[in-house]
Design a protein around this ligand. Structure first.
Ligand SMILES: C[S@@+](CC[C@H](N)C(=O)[O-])C[C@H]1O[C@@H](n2cnc3c(N)ncnc32)[C@H](O)[C@@H]1O
Length: 459
C-alpha cells in the first residue's frame, strides 16, 4: 500500500524506477544471445574476424560489434566531406559562377572549362568560409575543416583547403563514373553501389510522401486503427543541407522527417501530435545535436521553422505530380502554420519552396538518441516498445549481414503487432520476429518506382 510505505522505501522505489527508465533509454551493444540466431543462419556470409572459431564466440562478437560500430561511425565523416563537395558543386550563396552539374562533374579533370569553373568556385567558397558572418551551414562546414586541421585564416591554410576541396571533387567524380560503369554493365543494382560508401545525412520530402501513402493504405486495409499510434521511432532522420541531388545552401540545415511523420500521423487520425512520443536514432553527431538544439529552443517557447523544398521534374507521372504537390501544399497543417519562406535565389530557380513553423509543443515530443541500429539496441520494457518504426534511405548503406542484424534488432524494440516501414528490402535470410507485411509501390516516372516495405512484429 503506497500510503503505508516508509519514506526511505518510497525514495528507493522512485530512484529504482528512474534508473530503469534511464537504462531503457541508454543504447547498449546488441548482446551475443540476441545476435546468435542471425550469425548461425548467415554462417557463410560472416566476415573473417567472426570466422576464427566455429561457432562464433561471445568474445569474438563483443569485440567485432564494437569495432564495426566505430568503423561505421567513421563513414559519417566521409559523408560530411561529401556535403562539403556538394556545397562546392551546388552552392549558390557564395558565388556567381554556374553550378557544377553531374555531367560537368564527369568531365572534371579533362575539360578546361569545367576545371576552371571548379577552381573559381573553390576560391569563392574558401573566401566565404574565411568571412566573419557565416550562415549555420557554412559555419558547420568551417568547423568540419578546422577539426581536420585546416584553417581558412592563413594563405597556406587556404591553399591546403583548395587542394582538399578539389581532391574531394575528383573523388566524387571517380565514384560517379565507377558507379555509372558498374550500373550499365549490370554488375550492381542502383542500391548495391551504396553499401561501402560514405554515409551522408542527405534528406528530402519524397520518402515522407510515400510513407504517408503507405500509412493510408494500411488504414484502408485495417492494419492500423485510428488513434493507435503512441510511440514512434525514426531511424536516421537526416539533416538536409546541399543534398547531392536537388540541394542548395540558401536555407539552413534542417531535419524534416520527424515533423513529416507526426504531421502524417495526425492527418490520418493515427496519433495526437500533442502526446505522441517520437524517438530518433542516428549515429551522426550533427543530426543529434541539431534535434537537441531544436528541443531546447522549443522549451524556451520558440517554434521550429522548416523550408519545404521540392524540385518537380518534367518526367514525373501526372498522378505522382498531383499527389506529391498536394502533400507538399498541406505539409505542416496539423502541427504548425505557414511562415515566410526564404526566397529562392535565381541560380536555383528550379527549386520550389514554402515554409512552415512547427509548434514548440510538437518539437518537444521528439527525443534524439545516439544509436547505431545495426549494432546497438534499447532494452525496452513491453510498455515502452514502439507501435511504429520507420527508416528510409539508411539500410542501403549496409550489406546483407548488417541488414539481417538490423531487422532482428529492430524487432526487439517494436511491440507485438507493431510495424517497421522502410524503402529498402530487409531480407528475411535470418530469423527475426519481423514478418513481411504490406508493400506499396508508387510510380514516380517511367523507370522510376518508389517502394515502401512493411514488416509486422510477431508475438
Ligand atoms: C541518407 S540519410 C536519410 C535521411 C532520411 N531518412 C531520408 O530518407 O530523407 C541517412 C541517415 O541515416 C543515419 N544512419 C546511417 N546509418 C545508421 C545507423 N546504423 N544507425 C542509425 N542511423 C544511421 C545517417 O546518419 C543519416 O542521418
Amino acid at each position: 500500500m503506497p500510503s503505508k510505505m516508509s519514506k526511505p522505501l518510497c525514495v528507493f522505489l522512485f530512484c529504482l524506477l528512474t534508473l530503469c527508465a534511464a537504462l531503457a533509454q541508454t543504447p547498449q551493444f546488441v548482446p551475443f544471445q540476441s545476435a546468435q540466431p542471425v550469425l548461425t543462419a548467415m554462417r557463410d556470409a560472416l566476415p573473417p574476424e567472426l570466422k576464427t572459431t566455429n561457432p562464433v564466440t561471445a568474445d569474438a562478437w563483443n569485440k567485432w560489434v564494437r569495432d564495426r560500430d566505430k568503423e561505421i561511425r567513421g563513414r559519417i565523416e566521409g559523408g560530411e566531406a561529401e556535403t562539403l563537395t556538394n556545397l562546392l558543386r551546388l552552392g549558390v550563396t557564395y558565388t556567381k559562377e554556374p553550378r557544377i552539374s553531374f555531367v560537368d562533374l564527369q568531365n572534371y579533370g579533362k575539360d578546361r572549362e569545367v576545371n576552371s569553373l571548379a577552381e573559381k568556385r573553390a576560391d569563392d567558397l574558401i573566401r566565404a568560409l574565411a568571412g566573419p558572418r557565416l550562415s549555420e551551414g557554412m559555419l558547420e562546414m568551417r568547423v568540419f575543416l578546422e577539426k581536420k586541421g585546416f584553417s581558412p585564416a592563413t594563405p597556406d591554410g587556404r591553399k591546403k583547403i583548395k587542394a582538399y576541396l578539389l581532391a574531394n571533387l575528383a573523388h566524387q567524380r571517380d565514384d560517379l563514373n565507377k558507379w555509372g560503369a558498374e550500373l550499365s554493365a549490370k554488375k550492381i543494382s542502383i542500391y548495391q553501389g551504396f553499401k561501402d560508401r560514405d554515409i551522408s545525412t542527405d534528406s528530402n520530402l519524397y520518402p515522407d510522401y510515400t510513407i504517408e501513402l503507405h500509412l493510408r493504405k494500411m488504414m484502408e486495409q485495417g492494419l492500423l486503427k485510428p488513434g493507435s499510434v503512441h510511440r514512434v521511432a525514426i531511424v536516421g532522420p537526416g539533416l538536409d543541407f546541399v543534398n547531392k541531388n536537388f540541394g542548395s545552401d540558401f536555407y539552413p540545415p534542417q531535419t524534416t522527417q520527424p515533423f513529416a511523420l507526426i504531421d502524417s500521423l495526425a492527418r490520418l487520425g493515427l496519433a495526437d501530435p500533442a502526446s505522441v512520443d517520437v524517438y530518433t536514432f542516428d549515429i551522426s553527431a550533427r543530426v543529434n545535436r541539431h534535434i537537441e538544439r531544436a528541443r531546447k529552443t522549443a522549451a524556451a517557447g520558440k517554434p521550429y521553422t522548416i523550408q519545404l523544398l521540392c524540385t518537380p521534374l518534367e518526367q514525373w507521372e501526372a498522378a505522382y505530380r498531383a499527389g506529391f504537390l498536394d502533400y507538399w501544399q498541406k505539409f505542416g497543417d496539423r502541427i504548425g502554420k505557414p511562415a515566410t519562406r526564404i526566397a529562392v535565389p535565381a541560380a536555383a530557380a528550379e527549386i520550389w519552396n514554402r515554409a512552415v513553423t512547427i509548434r514548440p509543443g510538437v518539437v518537444m515530443r521528439i527525443t534524439p538518441v545516439d544509436m547505431n541500429v545495426v549494432y546497438q539496441t534499447l532494452p525496452l520494457p513491453p510498455q515502452q516498445q514502439f507501435d511504429l518504426v520507420i527508416g528510409t534511405n539508411i539500410f542501403v548503406y549496409y550489406g546483407a549481414l548488417e541488414q539481417a542484424l538490423a531487422r532482428a534488432n529492430l524487432a526487439t524494440m517494436i511491440r507485438p503487432g507493431g510495424f517497421l516501414l522502410t524503402n529498402e528490402i530487409l531480407p528475411g535470410t535470418a530469423p527475426s520476429k519481423l514478418a513481411d507485411s504490406l508493400q506499396t509501390s508508387v510510380l514516380v516516372a517511367q523507370g522510376d518506382t518508389e517502394y515502401v516495405y512493411g514488416y509486422v512484429r510477431q508475438k
